[in-house]
Design a protein. Structure first.
Lengths: 244, 296
């Protein structure tokens, strides 16, 4: 197995009195795909946000490439440049064209020259079959297309880790497939991903490791085979029966 | 068969006809109804104006064509200032103040929203500023600046013309309002936009500049134009510092000839100045609304 790049150790996150993450410990290796499953409110999204420093944790440690994210010397902007995040609601920038959406990260955050990134951006759009829509505004695209652009916008930053937060949950059922296909494609080319998802078949297909969360507690983790075919805990079994 | 006593739905056949009186307002009759009501109301107002006991006097004192013309163009020999030329001062002050208000207002909004620890004192000052200048009547700001600043004897600063002090008073007051409009616009941008920008690694300032502001400005334009309409009118306050703009010229005319037609002329000129902006603003609001309806 390749090196561990992300290490969560007894991570605790509270919103007021509400403890959303209760001591989560989890490792992620380079080129690994880990799927977080669990009911809404189980803490999947919060976990991803903590890794991206959109939330600060109240206990435990998150270590990314050997550096604790709680270290005061850590610049959150730098962390985020290496951890791309894709959201349930796409969040494309509506005042920018599709191409500009993809360019904005490398140009404005990494300060790369527009002319240098331009070609890469078009190639990324080519990869998702939307090169001919580059000059259009996001509201002209379908939800599936928008979400694929959002994924590519993150990829343009060449992140070492991609965090995906229920990226198909806001989509029409008919549009889910195209987004999952892109993620499968990314998984095959060795993209390291931490994915919160409700798509069990997808998780079974692409993940090397599946993690079941319930009420902020990591109940069990294992290979897709172990979790889906032979869950050890009663609550995992019940959850899988309900979503099936 | 189903037992019909068990259902919560009514068994009656509903009738959809409006009652008699409401029928008078339906279909083509609606046009007739609107014509009748318009005629009655406008006719009533005109009649009141003509039939009022003092109607004839007011018409002579306020709407005398000869005096209206004389006040509009002014009269050199009688030292009567032109209301029309006065309005040019109102317009000039409006245009200059506007630029400063936009810049200063945006700076205030930005300062108030910044998270940088270094700027904390400025943030507090911005809050106090907006409370103070939204709280003091514009008229008082004019008087305090116009009489207070020259009294300080601060050389250059105390040696400006009343027109400059008026401009400053308008800028101080309106920036506070415009800052709040900008802030509301910034808050109207969905939080997901900020999350997306920050998670790309854009700094707070870049997020503001490249993501938030471009979107905020669009929603902010109609309320901003509303503030500018009101700014155009408040240039009339220049008169309290003795600047001979439209209103002051009308007042001079009134004092000299005991005739208020100059004030009516000033009103008409203000209307001519504000109505285009008012129409543009309403048009933009309607366009935004249509776009929202079309996209949902």
């Amino acid at each position: 197995m390749s090196e561990v790049i992300l290490e969560l150790d007894s991570v605790v996150k509270r919103f007021g009195d509400n403890e959303v993450l209760r001591g989560i410990s989890l490792n992620l290796h380079r080129h690994e795909v880990v799927c977080l499953i669990g009911a809404s409110g189980s803490g999947k999204s919060t976990l991803l946000r903590c890794v991206n420093l959109l939330e600060t944790i109240n206990g435990g440690t998150i270590t990314l490439f050997g550096q604790s994210l709680a270290d005061v010397r850590v610049d959150p902007d730098k962390v985020r440049r290496h951890t791309g995040m894709v959201f349930q609601s796409f969040n494309l920038f509506p005042h920018l064209t599709v191409l500009e959406n993809v360019l904005v990260g490398p140009v404005r955050a990494l300060k790369r020259k527009r002319s240098d990134v331009h070609h890469e951006a078009l190639q990324l759009l080519e990869r998702i079959g939307l090169r001919d829509r580059a000059e259009e505004y996001p509201d002209r695209l379908s939800g599936g297309q928008q979400q694929r652009v959002a994924i590519v916008r993150s990829l343009a930053m060449k992140p070492s880790l991609l965090l995906l937060d229920e990226v198909t949950s806001a989509l029409d059922p008919s549009l889910v497939g195209e987004v999952l296909d892109l993620l499968r494609d990314l998984a095959q080319t060795g993209t390291t991903m931490l994915i919160a998802t409700h798509e069990m078949n997808f998780a079974r297909d692409v993940a090397q490791k599946v993690v079941y969360l319930d009420g902020g507690v990591l109940v069990e983790q294992g290979t897709p085979e172990e979790i889906f075919s032979n869950p050890q805990h009663e609550s995992t079994r019940l959850f899988l029966e309900r979503v099936r | 068969m189903v037992d019909d006593t068990d259902t919560t739905q009514s068994d009656e056949t509903p009738s959809f006809f409006a009652p008699r009186r409401k029928q008078l307002l339906l279909g083509r009759r609606a046009i007739v109804a609107s014509v009748v009501s318009t005629t009655l109301i406008i006719g009533g107002l005109v009649a009141a104006f003509y039939l009022a006991p003092g109607g004839a006097i007011v018409r002579h004192d306020f709407f005398n064509p000869h005096d209206m013309w004389e006040s509009l163009v002014g009269n050199h020999h009688k030292s009567l200032n032109s209301v029309g030329l006065g309005l040019l001062i109102n317009i000039r002050v409006f245009l200059i103040a506007e630029v400063f208000i936009l810049t200063f207002g945006l700076t205030l909004a930005w300062t108030r929203m910044t998270k940088s620890p270094v700027l904390v004192p400025f943030r507090i000052l911005a809050v106090i500023y907006s409370d103070v200048f939204r709280g003091i009547p514009v008229l008082l700001v004019f008087l305090l600046i116009g009489y207070g600043v020259p009294g300080l004897q601060l050389g250059f600063i105390s040696n400006q013309s009343p027109e400059v002090y008026s401009c400053v008073a308008l800028i101080l007051t309106y920036s506070a309002y415009v800052a709040e409009v900008f802030r509301a616009g910034i808050f109207s941008v969905p939080h997901g936009q900020i999350l997306a920008a920050r998670s790309l690694g854009l700094t707070n300032a870049t997020t503001m500049r490249r993501v938030i502001l471009p979107q905020a400005v669009r929603t902010v334009i109609p309320p901003l134009l509303n503030d500018f309409i009101s700014l155009q009118k408040d240039t009339a306050l220049l008169s309290v510092l003795g600047v001979i703009e439209a209103v002051q010229a009308g007042t001079i005319f009134q004092d000299a000839k005991f005739n208020s037609s100059g004030l009516v002329v000033a009103s008409i000129l203000f209307l001519v100045m504000t109505i285009p902006l008012t129409r543009v603003t309403d048009g933009l609001i309607a366009r935004d609304r249509n776009r929202r309806l079309a996209s949902s």
